[in-house]
Ligand binder design. Structure first.
Ligand code: PEP
Length: 256
């Protein structure tokens, strides 16, 4: 079990209409609140369109977050959403560099670094996602792939960040939405490697405190075992976070 305060986040992706999302959150919040006897942080990364509807549902219980933000401050960037707007909508975090954005929107790690800058300027925590494809895992290059994702986005700025402005999510691409999960050993090994990178580049203190989340087909049955690993400080949960009972069980399993 990690010694850091657990952080369990859901990623709703492009699912639910705003009103449906509000109903899911309305069911989920009391399930988590009534079962919690321990301090932890939890939250939901929801579509931009849901931020207005979910604020009052999550207030005082879970953190509300976005799934992306613009690398730019403001200006002629049609369709983009600024970190300033996310702050104005009371978001407290945003995902950065999710593999679906890297794949479908050709987002590079260096662009992710700019997004992390914008979020930090507005007081939001970045949850920076890294992870290898199946080919990279099978070819044995996953450590280099993840190290370069860390270096390109965080190398020049990790000294300006702290555990409140940055969390890292290890999400093996082959485990996202596939029903395949990294074994606890595989996850812990990569988490320890990420923490060693943080120690080397951001100092021992930052490495001690930063929360590193595992993501990839986490569900109510496998969460406990993954969250029991010493370097796994929480989870980023996709599909299972859309079901109130399942997500509440995952959140609660991080502390029982
Ligand atoms: C994700 O979207 O970040 C994710 C891990 O999805 P899933 O839990 O559905 O694999």
């Amino acid at each position: 079990m990690s010694k850091r305060r657990p952080l369990i986040l859901g990623n709703w992706k492009m699912n639910t209409l705003p009103e449906e999302g509000r109903l899911v959150a309305r069911q989920m919040v009391p399930m988590i609140r009534d079962g919690l006897h321990w301090d932890l942080d939890w939250g939901l990364a929801v579509p931009f369109t849901h931020l207005g509807a979910l604020r009052s549902e999550l207030e005082g219980s879970g953190m509300m977050g976005a799934q992306d933000c613009s690398a730019h401050l403001q200006g002629a960037y049609t369709g983009e959403i600024s970190a300033g707007s996310l702050a104005a909508m009371h978001c407290s975090f945003a995902l950065v560099g999710h593999s679906e954005r890297r794949l479908h929107h050709h987002e590079s790690s260096s662009t992710c670094g700019l997004k992390i800058d914008r979020l930090r300027e507005h007081g939001l925590m970045s949850v920076y996602c890294v992870g290898e494809t199946l080919e990279q895992r099978q070819g044995g290059s996953f450590n280099e792939v993840i190290t370069s994702q860390l270096m390109e986005a965080l190398g020049s700025r990790i000294q300006d960040l702290n555990h409140g402005s940055l969390a890292i999510a290890y999400e093996p691409v082959w485990a996202i939405g596939t029903g395949l999960t990294a074994s606890p050993q595989q996850a812990n090994e990569v988490h320890a490697m990420i923490r060693a990178w943080v120690a080397q580049n951001g100092g021992a203190n930052m490495a001690e405190q930063i929360r590193i989340l595992y993501g990839g087909s986490v569900n109510a049955s496998n969460a406990k075992e993954l969250l029991a690993c010493t370097d796994v400080d929480g989870a980023l949960v996709g599909g299972a976070s859309l079901k109130a009972r399942d997500f509440a069980d995952i959140v609660l399993s991080s502390v029982d």
